[in-house]
Write a protein that binds this ligand. Structure first.
Ligand SMILES: Nc1ncnc2c1ncn2[C@@H]1O[C@H](COP(=O)(O)OP(=O)(O)O)[C@@H](O)[C@H]1O
Ligand SMILES: Nc1ccn([C@@H]2O[C@H](COP(=O)(O)O)[C@@H](O)[C@H]2O)c(=O)n1
Ligand SMILES: [Mg+2]
Length: 482
């Protein structure tokens, strides 16, 4: 695809986030101003920002180095909070042993925020390298840091300021025993920084330990992941790297198509995917975890519907300013796998009408519309199109074309699925830039039989129990648990 075509498409589709506001059927007293659906699942065109905090000598730098090493094929930069220590005055330098380097005020957070803002917007920045021996920033040449796919921010107090914290896509706290930290610090400061052991211990009891208790430890609660034993914890580091890779994989397609929304990956979501993708999972477990994931996708999809502001009076007599749901909705499932998503939609939207479309699939593009039953007034509704797998995209294109033929505006269609292949994403997003796709994971691609890989096999067979192997799996799982 030419870059001009991509730009045209992005421009055309970016408008849809603001154009789906409908007022039909709503009480005008409740309508104050249009509210744009929050689309927080992914940050288009933004690098993935990781924060790594923890006590001094807990192993933060070691953990960052290991992550960077494992992500060797990605553009990753490390930004150290040390680089943003305030410049000391002559007076402070003369009495440096009385200076508290562990207090939040020791850092120039405004400058740090400015540098991150530049990097996030694709601008290179010059970051000084701090010299622990002279307490100065001008001993070493400044480091030119280029914008990258992943930015790691590391430092004892990197979670302290909420403005910095809010920018982070992932927060890691390195949790190492206090004795180990002190022992490492003594070695580092005496051998590495040529400091006197008495001064090191004085600084520790006067500033380092109190600041850890008062400022650093209280930020542990903001962490998404706490790593005990730092760099020795290879399992945690592998999982973190895997998660970052998933996020980076998604970013590429999300950068091209602003109408693609991949729900924020968590270890819970990855755990559920691991189960439904495992060929040894029993039907019972498959249905249980597929239902959980479907429910998440449905809830995220509903988050993209237009809302109107609504105020209510609570039992305490106070005013609560909230939102009113969009009422003109309908679901459409692509038979047969799509029917597995109907229950979750019904559970979220009381009494929702659900239409059906049956498409006969043969090979990669032998699609043929066989049957359709849709509500008569479908053109006036927002449609949630249901199909757990987006493979080649041919069935989806058939179904969407039918909806558009029936008068449904393209921007009123939200296509919900669990797994999308990049081929299907390209096909649907290119053909219908005003529609939205909400999915939970993007897979690698399609095999020669047009099946999604790694995928999960034939979803309908596994969900509805028409998978021949299932009895053997039950026996195997019973044997395992004996
Ligand atoms: N798992 C570990 N085992 C032994 N030594 C370690 C380990 N992790 C870090 N160190 C050492 O401890 C010191 C502090 O580690 P570092 O990663 O620089 O911590 P921080 O960045 O949190 O201050 C360094 O000298 C490093 O080599
Ligand atoms: N001139 C300085 C500046 C900082 N420190 C100490 O460094 C610690 C933070 O660095 P980490 O790599 O351990 O995160 C912090 O505890 C400061 O006391 C210093 O000793 N001298
Ligand atoms: Mg460090």
């Amino acid at each position: 695809m030419g870059s001009a075509a991509v730009e045209d498409m992005i421009e055309a589709s970016s408008g849809v986030h603001f154009s789906g506001f409908h007022m039909d059927g709503l009480d005008s007293r409740h309508i104050k101003k249009p509210m744009i659906s929050p689309a927080t699942e992914n940050n288009h065109n933004q690098p993935f920002l990781i924060g790594v905090a923890g006590g001094a000598a807990s192993g933060k730098t070691t953990v960052c180095d290991m992550i960077i090493q494992q992500l060797h094929d990605q553009r990753v930069v490390l930004v150290n909070q040390d680089s943003f220590y305030h410049k000391l005055t002559e007076e402070e330098l003369a009495r440096v042993h009385e200076y508290n380097f562990d207090h939040p005020d020791a850092f120039d957070t405004e400058k740090l925020l400015d540098s991150i803002d530049n990097l996030r917007h694709g601008r290179a920045v010059d970051i000084p390298k701090y010299d622990f021996k002279s307490y100065k920033h001008d001993v070493f040449p400044v480091r030119r840091v280029n914008p990258s796919d992943v930015i790691i921010l590391e430092g004892i107090l990197i979670f302290h300021d909420p403005r910095v914290r809010e920018l982070m896509n992932m927060k890691i706290f390195v949790d190492t025993d206090a004795d180990v930290r002190l022992a490492r610090r003594i070695r580092r400061d005496t051998v590495g920084k040529s400091r006197d052991i008495g001064a090191v211990l004085d600084q520790y009891s006067k500033f380092v330990k109190p600041a850890f208790d008062d400022f650093i430890l209280p930020t542990k609660k903001y962490a998404d992941i706490i790593i005990p034993r730092g760099g020795d914890n290879h399992v945690a580091i592998d999982l973190i790297v895997q998660h970052i890779r998933t996020k980076l994989g998604q970013h590429d397609l999300c950068k091209i198509y602003p109408n693609l929304y991949v729900i924020q990956s968590t270890f819970q979501i990855r755990g559920m995917h691991t189960l439904i993708r495992d060929s040894q999972t029993t039907k019972h477990d498959f249905v249980f975890y597929a239902d959980r994931l479907i429910r998440l996708v449905v809830e995220h999809g509903l988050g993209h519907l237009p809302f109107t502001e609504k105020q209510v009076i609570t039992p305490t007599g106070s005013v609560y300013t909230g939102v009113d749901f969009c009422k003109r909705l309908c679901g459409v499932s692509i038979i047969r796998s799509g029917e597995s998503m109907e229950n979750a939609l019904r559970a979220c939207c009381k009494g929702i009408k659900i239409g059906k479309i049956l498409i006969h699939r043969e090979g990669d593009n032998g699609q043929q519309l066989i049957y359709e039953k849709l509500p008569q007034d479908i053109s006036e509704r927002h449609v949630l199109l249901l199909d757990p797998i987006l493979g080649t995209g041919n069935s989806a294109v058939q179904a969407i074309s039918l909806l558009i033929k029936k008068g449904v505006p393209e921007s009123n269609i939200i296509f919900l699925n669990l797994i999308s292949a990049p081929q299907g994403v390209h096909m649907v997003c290119k053909s219908f830039p005003r529609l939205k796709i909400v999915t939970s994971e993007i897979d690698i691609g399609l095999n020669k039989d047009f099946c999604v890989i790694p995928g999960m096999g034939e979803f309908g067979d596994r969900y509805f129990g028409t998978d021949d192997d299932d009895d053997q799996k039950v026996v195997a799982s019973m044997q395992q648990s004996c």
